[in-house]
Write a protein that binds this ligand. Structure first.
Ligand SMILES: Cc1cn([C@H]2C[C@H](O)[C@@H](COP(=O)(O)OP(=O)(O)OP(=O)(O)O)O2)c(=O)[nH]c1=O
Length: 208
């Protein structure tokens, strides 16, 4: 948004995300940001419901647009300085299963059992809005996991790491030791595809 930035002298964007990974990734490419978090009355998780027959690609994009819309409303009613808004959603897909964040330890163990010894996809959609302009890009990666023993799954679930992570694992955690191969975007798997994020920002003239 060099155009908008020049008009307003803004040198930051809003990141509408509660994910510490997304903050860390945005920092990594030097994009100054402030958080625009849901108000206590907003149920952010309510956006993340799969529709019957919906593909993973359709799901992750729909949820990301919904997160963006919610964040736009939040910004408009907050009285805060208008600035570009960024948000994202990550989901894991294996066969016909779409794996969002696990509900509990048993759900996490079930997900890791599905991923064991197989290849899965990690989809992250990232969206940017400024004024009436909005755009979304999708990053799709493939990850191949080694075969996991029940003991490995139990230990990992007991560590608490799967909670809050799509597919019940984090590539930036001890689970990295199970990753035989990835094709795609490491940052996308972690939750914010930095190549696509930079493309969106460049599209609005942001100096990156
Ligand atoms: C697959 C994978 C996911 N994740 C995380 C990234 C996301 O935080 C989370 C997926 O949940 P999301 O619903 O995409 O995001 P979130 O609820 O954590 O944050 P917000 O909606 O406020 O932006 O899974 C990792 O950290 N590492 C991984 O390897």
């Amino acid at each position: 948004m060099r155009r908008a930035a020049a008009r307003t002298d803004l040198d930051f964007i809003y990141l509408a995300s509660q994910s510490p990974r997304r903050r860390q990734l945005l920092d990594q490419i030097g994009v100054r940001h402030e958080l625009l978090l849901p108000e206590p009355h907003e149920d952010a998780e309510a956006l993340e419901h799969l529709l019957r027959g919906e593909s993973a690609t359709a799901y992750v994009q729909r949820v990301t647009w919904a997160k963006l819309e919610a964040a736009r409303t939040r910004l408009a009613t907050s009285g805060r300085t208008p600035a570009p808004l960024l948000c994202a959603d990550t989901t894991v897909a294996i066969g016909r299963h779409i794996l969002a964040k696990p509900n509990d330890a048993a759900d996490a163990a079930r997900m890791l059992g599905l991923l064991s010894g197989r290849e899965h996809r990690v989809l992250t959609a990232v969206a940017l809005a400024v004024g009436s302009h909005q755009q979304l890009l999708l990053s799709t990666s493939t990850v191949r996991f080694a075969t996991l023993s029940a003991a490995q799954i139990d230990t990992y679930v007991a560590s608490g790491e799967p909670m809050g992570k799509a597919g019940a694992y984090a590539i930036q955690s001890a689970a990295a030791a199970w990753v035989q191969a990835i094709r795609g975007s490491y940052s996308g798997i972690m939750g914010l595809p930095l190549y696509e994020t930079a493309q969106l920002l460049r599209g609005i003239g942001w100096p990156i």
